[in-house]
Design a protein around this ligand. Structure first.
Ligand SMILES: [Zn+2]
Length: 268
């Protein structure tokens, strides 16, 4: 059983992550991590993909087909399954995640910080502003790990999406933010590995040079999956292309929790 942290970097493109995130690149190069390319599910929109990542089913099945659909998840999902197995869940994430797994619509005061074992996300720290600084969110996540040792933690920063939508993906601001995220994450990933966490880094979708996403081009769909497992040799850059639907069953397998029948993809 390995406790797991999923870093879901909103709007993180595969090519930009591979070219600019040097600490992650070091882990890949030295076979401490494995790198896969994910062809993201569609539509390449945020809320639908948060749900796809957490349920392992496509948007037409889980029904969150647009950002405008504000309701709780109706499918077995990582938070609910892990919590039902008696394990501890946590998230530092955008408020749409709270709306999918804790309560909808979001109450900006009541739901912002929660520590409640009855909730699917038992320890939640949420934000509502897209420009909320990633470093502040990373520190919240690091605090949750030290304080609660969650079995599953979601860390979901918005900085890549914010810089991509503001300046376009072919911009120094977007690329430099990937460098910055990597530098902020490096000491945290090191600490979490020492605490025996498996750490996965991926994106919900990519983004194009217009600063848009939602469509079907590689720029909008392709995201990385870096997988860092303590005491397990990584495979380096695998060159393999995998389905985004594998993320949920892979995490449940790592946590030694039964995988629901709705998650049809084989775990990594
Ligand atoms: Zn997004």
């Amino acid at each position: 059983m390995a406790k797991t942290i999923l870093i879901l970097s909103d709007g993180l493109r595969y090519d930009v992550a591979k070219d600019n995130m040097g600490f992650l690149g070091h882990l890949v190069e030295s076979k401490l991590a494995s790198l896969y390319k994910i062809i993201g599910e569609l539509p390449s929109m945020s809320r639908p993909m948060y749900e796809t990542v957490h349920t392992g089913v496509p948007s037409s099945e889980h029904g969150i087909v647009a950002n405008s659909i504000v309701r709780l998840s109706s499918k077995p999902n990582i938070f609910q399954v892990v919590k039902s197995a008696g394990k501890v869940t946590a998230a530092a994430a955008y408020y749409w995640v709270s709306e999918l797994y804790n309560r909808a619509p979001y109450d900006r005061i009541e739901d912002k910080e929660v520590d409640n074992e009855e909730l699917a996300i038992q320890h939640g720290r949420f934000y509502t502003q897209d420009e909320y600084p990633d470093i502040e969110l990373f520190n919240s996540a690091a605090h949750l790990v030290r304080k609660f040792s969650p079995d599953y933690l979601l860390l979901h920063p918005m900085g890549m999406d914010y810089h991509g939508e503001t300046y376009g993906s072919d911009s120094k601001e977007y690329r430099n933010h990937a460098i910055q995220q990597d530098a902020w994450l490096a000491p945290l990933i090191q600490e979490w590995m020492e605490r025996d966490y498996t750490v996965m880094v991926t994106g919900d979708h990519g983004i194009n040079r217009d600063g848009a996403h939602g469509g079907t081009t590689p720029e909008q769909r392709e995201v990385p999956l870096f997988m860092i497992q303590p005491n397990v040799k990584g495979r380096g850059d695998t060159g393999e292309i995998i389905s985004q639907l594998k993320i949920a069953p892979t995490i449940l397998k790592l946590l030694d929790v039964p995988i629901p029948e709705t998650m049809k993809q084989k775990p990594l």
